[in-house]
Write a protein that binds this ligand. Structure first.
Ligand SMILES: O=C(O)[C@H](O)COP(=O)(O)O
Ligand SMILES: [Mg+2]
Length: 426
């Protein structure tokens, strides 16, 4: 192992990918030694001197640890883009979040953020629709979009599923989506569900005069089957697919984005299982890095948390995820471990707030997110005392109250669905 990767005077070059890490060396290991091994193992080096690594090659490709803050455990590394297959998220992650996460020399290691150089950005498609394209799909520009997740998560027949979707649509939902663990089970097979739920969507569109979308989960055992399911939806005139991004895997996400280039299909990204990597603040991968990779690949909308709902994620974290989805230029924020990123031609993604939400939370969500968000309610609609349709209506009423800056109590006085929701959830 070479021990010359630390150069705190070094300034990253435009052809380098920069990573920020949080690092705790193992007991008895110096911070510098851990830095050198982490930078080497993630690029050109290994645990002992290797005669096959020439000084010239090392000079050309060596990583630079250009910033160290021992007190906070923060380390920044610049990697030459030639180290990577620059249009492959799996390969990039195998380097910058691969073996290094398992090294005995570090007690804890967390990839906080990745800043992509121009050539990497340009080798990915980014979202086809993105935030503004999603708005165009609905023709809705002046309010947050409202969605539901059919509940129960699993167990309904396809017919019952389509009926719950229909009631949600006519009650006021713009979006109905499958839950993350509903794919192609015996009780509710994919091909039947997608057909009759899209029929229910069309019926509701005719009755309400609003554009509606059904986000069917195409997560599948193989890429071939996932793409077949996307094609079925496209052939039926569906405009959306949903995918579980972590369990499906990065190659599947890239394959899906490539395939949808020739379809009229937007992609909804559900992040279930992300907490295996993102929840421990001292080890793993920050959700910000995963969100940036999802945007780079080109999914159109992503779950980012709610602050007020049932999942972990404080306000700072959720809002920096929102910004990383939606801004064209992300300024650096040292405190939040955010690196500067100019997104160039990569379109913004629509942020999605979902998990443990009910109508009474909408004004808080609106204050935090503004209009550019999809708010999704599972139990917050299907556990409404007057039923699914009224639950959806209560959500739309709450959005109206938030937009008009009227208290929910006041608005509820002549909107019975909202009144009933407030009585149930307080
Ligand atoms: O996938 C999701 O985001 C959850 O299923 C939301 O459901 P809930 O609103 O009932 O928590
Ligand atoms: Mg869910």
């Amino acid at each position: 192992m070479r021990e010359d990767y630390i150069e705190t005077e070094y300034k990253p070059k435009p052809d380098e990918l920069v990573c920020e890490y949080y690092m705790e060396p193992a007991d008895g290991v110096s911070f510098e030694k851990a830095c050198n091994h982490m930078a080497g193992e993630s690029s050109i080096d290994t645990w002992s001197d290797i005669s096959t690594l020439s000084p010239e090659k090392a000079q050309e490709l060596k990583p630079h640890v250009f910033s160290i803050d021992k007190e906070r455990g923060v380390v920044k590394v610049a990697y030459k883009q030639d180290l990577f297959e620059i249009d492959s998220v799996p390969q990039i992650l195998s380097a910058i979040a691969g073996n290094i996460m398992s090294m005995k020399l570090v007690k804890n290691l967390r990839l906080e953020d990745i800043a992509f150089p121009k050539d990497v950005l340009n080798s990915f498609r980014g979202p086809k629709y993105g935030l503004n394209g999603v708005r165009d799909l609905f023709g809705v520009y002046d309010r947050p979009l409202v969605g539901t997740i059919v509940k129960p998560k699993v167990g309904l027949s396809s017919e019952k599923h389509a009926d719950v979707a229909y009631k949600s649509f006519v009650g006021g939902c713009d979006i109905v989506k499958d839950d993350e663990n509903l794919t192609n089970q015996k009780f509710n097979a994919f091909d039947k569900r997608v057909k009759i739920t899209l029929d229910a969507k069309e019926k509701a569109e005719k009755e309400t005069g609003e554009r509606k979308m059904y986000l069917c989960n195409i997560t599948a055992p193989t890429c071939e089957e996932m793409l077949r399911r996307a094609e079925v939806i496209n052939d039926l005139g569906g405009k959306y697919v949903m995918i579980d991004i972590i369990t499906a895997g990065w190659s599947a996400l890239q394959s899906l984005r490539e395939a949808t280039e020739d379809m009229d299909i937007a992609i909804h990204a559900h992040r279930c299982m992300h907490s295996v990597m993102t929840r421990n603040p001292r080890h793993g991968v920050n959700m910000v890095a995963l969100a940036k990779l999802t945007r780079l690949i080109g999914h159109d909308q992503l779950h980012i948390g709610t602050v007020v709902g049932k999942m972990h994620g404080d306000k700072d974290e959720v809002l920096s995820l929102r910004d990383e989805c939606a801004l064209d230029y992300m300024p650096a924020n040292d405190q939040l471990h955010i690196l500067e990123q100019d997104w160039g031609n990569i379109k913004p993604m629509m942020p999605v707030a979902s998990g443990g939400l009910e109508p009474g939370m909408i004004p808080d969500l609106y204050n935090m997110f503004g209009k550019d968000v999809i708010m999704q309610f599972g139990a917050g609609i299907h556990a409404h005392p007057m039923g699914t349709e009224a639950g959806a209506t209560a959500c739309r009423q709450s959005v109206e109250a938030a937009l008009e800056n009227i208290t929910l109590e006041e608005y509820a006085s002549n909107h019975k669905e909202l009144q009933s929701a407030l009585e149930k959830w307080g």
